[in-house]
Design a protein around this ligand. Structure first.
Ligand code: SF4
Length: 315
């Protein structure tokens, strides 16, 4: 059976209206599916429901809504980010094969509206900058920018839409007074969640400069660190002779972690001998959080008391 627009893209307002306008109620079938959906996300699998009957479409939508409710109830950043990455990947796959009409409809909902500019496909700069992926290839300085527009391909528009979907799902409003069925299945879900890689670090407090502590904290909280943040953190840890397996374990906390890819990137970094960026560069990346006056985070000895940024005490 063919997926409907709303079951392909259950995060859209059309999907929400469909659920709200139906007589659908949370029941065991929907909740079981919701649990399977989150577990599939944790395993890095793309959710592929089997549709045997037209009503399955609505049940699947219900499973998405129920999964989101459980995540909002649990307030677990790791689970939420994993789910966001998996659902965004699913949407990406579906978008690649979808009609121009559906892509346009979804783009309008997400705030990504490509148009023709001088005979090429282009996006307004503000839309491009809001959703472009972390890859170097998407940096504006490497792009053809003219008259407030950035030239893009169809595939790039879809990648930006994937990022927009992920961003939308990473945020949630905590659920006040969830129904009992949500509480019960949330408990079941937590039993099935594999004990995530525990962030084991041999650092003591003060071992690392504030910028690096902040990045480590971000990894620990399963935040989606951006490209520069990941690069800075990896180079710093490797330069401090942290074993590559431990660096990999730290990165395994990130929601879009892929073991092979991370290993390849770390090996590549070691082979190429990437050098640590200066504090000035970190400042330009928005990663500097104090005024340590040491030139580069690698000169941190743990003895300097940094002047916290924003406390007005720099002198
Ligand atoms: S001054 Fe340098 S070491 Fe200190 S927080 Fe900023 S970037 Fe890090």
């Amino acid at each position: 059976m063919e997926f409907s627009f709303s079951s392909k893209y259950p995060f859209t307002s059309e999907a929400k209206q469909k659920v709200e306008g139906s007589s659908l109620e949370l029941n065991d079938e929907i909740m079981e599916r919701a649990v399977q959906r989150v577990v599939a996300a944790l395993q890095g699998k793309v959710w592929k429901p089997v549709y045997l009957h037209p009503s399955d479409d609505l049940i699947d939508l219900g499973s998405y809504a129920a999964a989101r409710m459980m995540l909002a109830h649990l307030r677990n950043r790791f689970l939420t980010n994993k789910f966001a990455v998996a659902e965004a990947k699913r949407a990406y796959k579906l978008m690649c094969e979808d009609s121009e009409e559906n892509l346009g409809k979804l783009g309008r909902e997400l705030g990504i509206t490509p148009q023709e500019f001088e005979g090429k496909l282009a996006l307004p700069v503000y839309q491009y900058a809001s959703f472009s992926p972390r890859s170097v290839d998407y940096r504006l300085i490497f792009r053809n920018v003219k008259g407030g527009f950035v030239e893009v391909t169809r595939h790039e528009v879809i990648r930006l839409m994937e990022e927009a979907v992920k961003g939308r799902m990473e945020s949630y409003k905590p659920l006040q007074n969830p129904p009992q069925i949500i509480r019960d299945y949330s408990k079941k879900l937590m039993v099935l969640v594999p004990k995530e890689a525990v962030l084991k670090m041999s650092f003591r407090e003060g071992d690392n400069p504030p910028c690096i502590e902040k990045l480590l904290e971000g990894a620990k909280e399963h935040q989606n660190l951006n490209h520069q943040a990941r690069l800075v953190l990896a180079i710093y840890l490797l330069a401090r002779n942290v074993p590559v397996e431990k660096v990999q374990a730290i990165f395994s906390n990130l929601p879009d972690y892929e073991e092979k890819k991370t290993k390849y990137q770390l090996d590549h970094m070691i082979r190429r001998g990437y050098s640590m960026a200066s504090c000035a560069t970190l400042l330009s990346y928005g990663l500097c959080v104090a005024d340590c006056r040491i030139g580069t985070p690698l000169r941190w000895k743990g003895k300097v008391e940094p002047w916290k940024k924003g406390n007005g005490s720099s002198s």
